[in-house]
Design a protein around this ligand. Structure first.
Ligand SMILES: Nc1ncnc2c1ncn2[C@@H]1O[C@H](COP(=O)(O)OP(=O)(O)OP(=O)(O)O)[C@@H](O)[C@H]1O
Ligand SMILES: [Mg+2]
Length: 558
């Protein structure tokens, strides 16, 4: 960037830096964000479509999950990336609503652009949006239904609503029960309420069988085999040792030579080695260990000796598995065999190797701490189990949301229509120009029911009009019955969602929209890895949209 000063340009920014200002900068950002929202709109709701994404290595993902779609799309434009981020935040905070939040943010931006084209200043829009958000949160709180956090049937309904829009929807009844069982097992009482640590649910996937073979294990599943054929495959009342060291003879780090001159010396050397390995096994045995789970390798000879002692062992476990096992069984992780003692051991009622499909896995059940569960996910193909895992994650998350904050709203766009209606009343009472922004905010909320109607093949304008008139008569839960393609009372249909999902979506979408509205200057340094194209250049800048054929991040320019 340069500015003429007495004939001499003053260079302020580095060569190659691009800058766009004012309307241009804002326009490009808003366009990019809206394009992202547009791209995932068709996947909202029970009749929403799935997307197939192919990454630059040719790996295929099929999903309906907003956060996953956006992550795999490998979006490049900075404003578009913000949409990816809000979707990820939604996923981290509440686990569901990752499509809705982006669709909503896109619509808020669209409505803001309309206002700005009528010469309303962005700061007025921002103020109006903030007021509208506060009011909307109040309305949501008023209409939300308080439920019993231990009411299984309500928890299951919430889980089933979440899975209604996924590939697994036909099994949502079966999977809903499993998800509720899992969460109720790990929920812990904490100052008057409940707390759920989702890390205590460990999911393992094995393609093969059918989705209905998916099972809940009251313990942990480890995707490893027992190392030696002669070891027991089942140990009851197991004393478990967790070892973060190799059961091998360490190689020296420096080059060394041993001069062996006679066969006797050779034999003595081998005997010595064998003795060291035997000593390791003796240590394990003396500590009373019956199951040895090792994060590193186990020497063949050690395996043989362990088998002779009737000890079950597995090697090269994942660090995360070792950590989960430590929590579940009460064992402490030992970093050297020499330090192993019986106090370090953990306990489980059963440790067993079972055959799952063509593979073998180790099941650790009846642990000391019952607040750890495993979910073994089965299904036709790898892509199906992958998507089933994502859907179960959503289901577990919404159950957790309700257990922790026991308030729900009905779905199908009903809460959005109701909040919009009350926001319009609120706007009527305002005097400044902000009222226009509040009204625009209300209209933007209706994108959810409108999109649900569109995706269900209904006429969106008729559907919205019908819902609005029902709401005006006091039918708070009238929304789009996506499956039958009519407007119905969603509470009667048992379509419920956690209120926290709606609250988070409202907050994140408003935040993202107002943040983008505030930007009037984009200064982009010339980028090494980006393909040529103007930064901040709307579509042009979204080089990675679609993710196909794009370069993986961090690759040098070709
Ligand atoms: N049976 C149903 N009839 C009508 N609408 C439904 C039904 N079940 C769910 N919905 C609605 O579908 C919407 C959720 O759709 P979807 O699960 O595809 O997106 P999301 O939750 O925003 O994002 P994601 O699940 O990808 O994180 C919610 O508004 C919900 O109320
Ligand atoms: Mg969902």
């Amino acid at each position: 960037m340069s500015a003429p000063s007495a004939g001499q340009p003053i260079i302020i920014l580095k060569e190659g830096t691009e800058r766009s200002r004012g309307r241009d900068a804002r326009g490009n950002n808003l366009l990019a964000a809206r394009i992202v929202a547009q791209a995932i709109k068709t996947s909202l709701g029970p009749k929403g479509m799935d997307k197939m994404l192919v990454d630059s290595f040719g790996d295929v993902t099929i999903t309906n999950d907003g956060a996953t779609m956006l992550k795999e799309m490998d979006v490049q434009h900075p404003a578009a990336k913000m949409m990816v981020e809000i979707s990820k935040t939604q996923d981290d905070e509440v686990g569901d609503g990752t499509t809705s939040v982006v669709v909503l943010a896109g619509e808020l931006i669209g409505k803001a652009e309309e206002l700005m084209s009528k010469q309303i200043h962005p700061t007025v829009v921002i103020d109006g949006y903030r007021q509208a958000q506060d009011e909307a949160l109040k309305v949501l709180d008023q209409i939300a239904i308080t439920v019993d956090p231990e009411d299984r049937s309500m928890l299951k309904r919430v889980a089933m609503t979440t899975m209604a829009s996924k590939l697994v929807s036909s099994h949502s009844d079966f999977l809903g029960d499993i998800a509720v069982d899992a969460i109720l097992q790990i929920a812990e009482e904490s100052d008057g309420g409940w707390a759920v640590d989702l890390d205590m649910v460990k999911m393992e996937k094995k393609p093969g069988g059918s989705m209905t073979d998916t099972e809940l294990i009251r313990g942990l599943i480890i995707d490893k085999e027992v190392v030696h054929a002669d070891m027991p495959k089942l140990v009851r009342d197991a004393k478990i040792a967790l070892l973060n060291a190799a059961m091998e003879i360490e190689k020296t780090e420096f080059d060394s030579k041993i001069q062996i001159e006679t066969p006797e010396e050779m034999q003595a050397y081998l005997d010595q080695e064998e003795q060291m390995l035997r000593d390791m096994v003796t240590k394990v045995k003396d500590a009373g260990i019956t199951v040895l789970l090792c994060q590193k390798g186990i020497d063949d000879m050690v395996q043989h000796f362990l088998a002779r002692e009737g000890i079950l062992a597995a090697r090269r476990l994942k660090k995360s598995d070792i950590e989960a096992l430590a929590k579940a069984t009460g064992a402490s992780v030992v970093t050297s065999v020499d330090e192993l003692s019986s106090e370090d051991a953990g306990f489980a009622a059963v440790v067993e190797e079972r055959k799952i499909g063509d593979d073998k896995m180790i099941f650790v059940e009846g642990c000391d701490n019952p607040k750890a569960v495993g979910l073994l996910i089965r299904g036709g193909t790898e892509r199906i189990v992958d998507e089933a895992e994502r859907s179960l994650h959503d289901a577990l998350s919404v159950i957790k949301d309700v257990v922790e904050e026991p308030k729900v709203v009905a779905g199908g766009g009903a809460p959005e229509v109701e909040v919009a209606r009350q926001l319009r009343d609120f706007a009527e009472r305002l005097t400044g120009r902000e009222r226009l922004a509040v009204a625009a905010f209300a209209e933007a909320l209706e994108v959810i029911p409108v999109t649900l109607a569109e995706n269900a093949g209904m006429d969106p304008i008729d559907a919205l009009a019908e819902m609005q008139s029902k709401h005006a008569e006091g039918g708070v839960w009238y929304g789009v019955n996506g499956l039958d393609g009519v407007v119905s009372d969603m509470a009667e249909l048992d379509v419920y969602e956690p209120v926290s999902v709606k609250v988070q979506a409202l907050k994140s979408a408003t935040e993202a929209a107002t943040m983008l509205l505030k930007i009037d200057d984009v200064i982009a340094a010339s980028r090494m890895e980006a393909p040529p194209g103007p930064p901040g250049g709307g579509m042009g800048g979204m080089g990675g949209m679609g993710g196909m054929g794009g370069m993986p991040p961090g690759m040098p320019p070709m």
